[in-house]
Design a protein around this ligand. Structure first.
Ligand code: TMP
Length: 234
């Protein structure tokens, strides 16, 4: 992987081309950012940990029939994936109220809602990834209602599989964010990463936060929390 092969650099990952135009290498960095890039730092070994945590989770999802871009791990920071055109939406699921929803609606963190909450946000850093609804997404030409339907159904299935998986390891999947993309034959599949950067994960007994909120909220022991998640789910 050389600089010439770099296709895209995001806040936490770099994407490199491969000899096959339908495949990419995804390299996980130690860079952490929060609050739309306002807060930045390096978290030692985060890239290594998230590469491995995402591998475990995506393999679990494949076994459960959730098609996704992951193919195999190449080295401790790199994985080989299908190349996709990312659909510029973030699908968020909330099993417990926390984070932006707790703040926006003034609801106590940890409150269990009557139903599972699904949100979509527009992936646009300049606008701060605003919360939008289905009609906005269709009106902006991002996807069709049928495609939204497919992605919501897949998101609900992912929530069921991952909630069960984490619960077996005494972890509550409080909320998470996922992204989808279209592969070379136009099929919508799960892409990006699923890690403590993109999930809220609480110890079931102590409710200790084992995710990126340790960075966002200056709670310390960030690397230790990510190691704890990997050791439990492995
Ligand atoms: P929120 O409470 O800040 O809206 O976040 C909900 C979930 O989505 C949480 O698990 C963190 C994750 N998330 C991301 O992975 N990337 C983002 O850009 C945002 C805003 C949230």
């Amino acid at each position: 992987m050389t600089k010439e092969d770099l296709l895209y650099e995001g806040k936490a990952k770099k994407i490199y081309r491969t000899e096959d135009e339908n495949l990419v290498y995804i390299h996980y960095k130690d860079d952490a950012s929060a609050f739309n890039g306002v807060k930045r730092a390096q978290i030692s070994n985060k890239g290594i940990l998230n590469n491995e945590i995402t591998r475990v989770i995506f393999e679990k999802l494949s076994q459960a029939g959730v098609e996704n871009h992951f193919i195999r791990v190449i080295d401790e920071r790199t994985q080989l994936c299908q190349k996709v055109d990312i659909i510029p939406l973030e699908f968020i699921v909330r099993n417990l109220i926390a984070g932006s929803m707790a703040k926006r609606l003034q609801i106590k963190e940890g409150t269990k809602p009557k139903n599972t909450i699904f949100e979509i946000c527009l992936k646009n850093d300049d606008l701060g990834d605003p919360l939008i609804n289905d009609h906005h997404a269709v009106a902006m030409g991002i996807c069709t209602y049928d495609e939204l339907d497919l992605m919501y159904k897949e998101t609900a299935k992912i929530n069921r599989v991952l909630s069960d998986m984490f619960l077996k390891d005494n972890i509550i999947l409080v909320d998470f964010k996922i992204e989808f993309g279209k592969n070379n034959i136009g099929v919508i599949i799960l892409a990006d990463e699923i890690s403590p950067d993109t999930c809220r994960l609480w110890d079931k007994d102590t409710l200790e936060k084992l995710d990126k909120d340790r960075f966002r909220r200056d709670l310390g022991n960030i690397e230790e929390a990510y190691i704890e998640i990997l050791e439990r789910i492995k």
